[in-house]
Design a protein around this ligand. Sequence first.
Ligand SMILES: Cc1cc2nc3c(=O)[nH]c(=O)nc-3n(C[C@H](O)[C@H](O)[C@H](O)COP(=O)(O)OP(=O)(O)OC[C@H]3O[C@@H](n4cnc5c(N)ncnc54)[C@H](O)[C@@H]3O)c2cc1C
Length: 490
Amino acid sequence: MTKGIQDIIVALSEIVGPAYVTGDDSARFAYTMDASLFGGTDAAVVVRPGTTEEVSRILNFASKKRFPVVTRGGGASIYGQPKGRPGENILIDMTRMNNVLDLNPTSMTVKAQTGIIMGKLQHACKTAGFYIYAPFAPLHIVSLGGWMSGAAGSAGLWRDIIGVTVVLPDGTVVQTGGGPATNHNQKLFYNRNLGGPDLTGLFIGDGGSFGIKTEAVVRITPYPRVLRASIFEFDGLERVLELIERHVGRVDPHPFEPIMVFGPGAMKNFMPEFEVSTAFTVQGMMQGHTEEEIQAKQAVFNRIAEELGGVRTPMLDAMAEAMAASGSEGSDMEMDWLSLFNGLGIAAWLPFTLPREGFLDVYRKLLDWRTERLRDANQRGFKHRATWEFFAPTDASTLIGEIDAFFEPSDDPAVFAYIRDMMADFQDFAHRLGSIDVYNQGIMSNINASFWSDGYAHLFQTIKKALDPQGILNPGLWAGTTRGDKSKCR
Ligand SMILES: Cc1cc2nc3c(=O)[nH]c(=O)nc-3n(C[C@H](O)[C@H](O)[C@H](O)COP(=O)(O)OP(=O)(O)OC[C@H]3O[C@@H](n4cnc5c(N)ncnc54)[C@H](O)[C@@H]3O)c2cc1C
């Protein structure tokens, strides 16, 4: 170990204690990995703070010495971790900051440290009789801070985030949100948009570029004890999109009435009987507090689906019943769907987010792209085993989905290189058709940035420069600010 690194370890040990700093090779090696095919961070030193004050002192030290800093939550990125300056980074692992600080049943808010894994936070809320909206993501590995930073405000959670505590690159601690941050006479954070601009939003989906979030206050609601699902099959997508239009024109899918559309590729992974089917399957979920409420919701949803030609079968009804049981009070709704994906092979994740208006035309082009690319893959000997596709409205205007492909398990680096290229090329293609990816992380932040308008890029750079003049925090993230220039994105 060089003297310089030894000095950093000594300085950081004074802040967090020697047990929570290391330059050890085997520890550093673990952080070069993450859940993605794009890899983790090559760090000189790893530090695991326990409090906001410690994070502040670390950043103050790093900015004075101009050391690059990379933040890590659960490592569940699908596009890789920030690379920073390989071999020189101080990597801040946030997962020691994993406490629920306050669950307020009257205000219906929960305050937690951001290194907390979402499954633990969800469990704590549920034990107290409350529900935190945390759909879809792999809850057993994703941290609150990493989800808020790296996934466009954590998919649907963003509008429930009332305020955050952020440490700026120079070590300054800031609170955002309507409450103590905007009126020092108020003790409670209770409404994000009060008393000033929405500065919480500045730190959501920033990839961790503007600061390190250490605490967050999030809105919760009483746990919806009754869950039902209705599953319908449709021959074509036009009627499905009409169903969605009528659904989102009537209710907000967030947080209790999500609706998901699965393509034939998805259903045959669950049920081989779907092998020859071309049908699309729509799952309407209704969550609520009483049987009476749910029956009314389900009756309306079923009537609209039937009017539009949706068909129920005994098999789909049985699936709906099983889904309702899996979300019952006794279950923690853990993400066992991940084991399904692991069983399918090496994933090429192909996500998109589009306006509902004009969706069908773009969606067909995306599916055609996948078909063409898989033909190319198979010709080169990279065998795929399965595909899966789904999309869902997150609000009245937006459809979010994936058309993933799964390849034969392999140790061959060429397979991984092919899949990485496929994921990046898909995003380039989808962005050219107007899609915008929700993942503000790793290579995806660079691809997203390469499609920014000039004005947006200017604003981003101005804020970044003001907050982080020496560029120490997650350096290199959002690098692809030259429009459509792929060479800067990989
Ligand atoms: C198999 C799989 C399926 C997935 N499915 C979904 C899904 O359906 N929906 C969904 O929303 N997401 C999904 N994800 C993605 C995951 O939710 C996001 O990648 C999320 O950002 C990961 O959070 P993390 O805590 O692991 O963050 P990390 O991967 O550790 O970090 C992500 C980014 O956030 C930054 N960061 C981390 N913590 C902080 C902090 N406290 N302050 C500031 N910056 C920070 C990091 O520097 C990095 O840039 C999936 C991931 C996998 C592996």
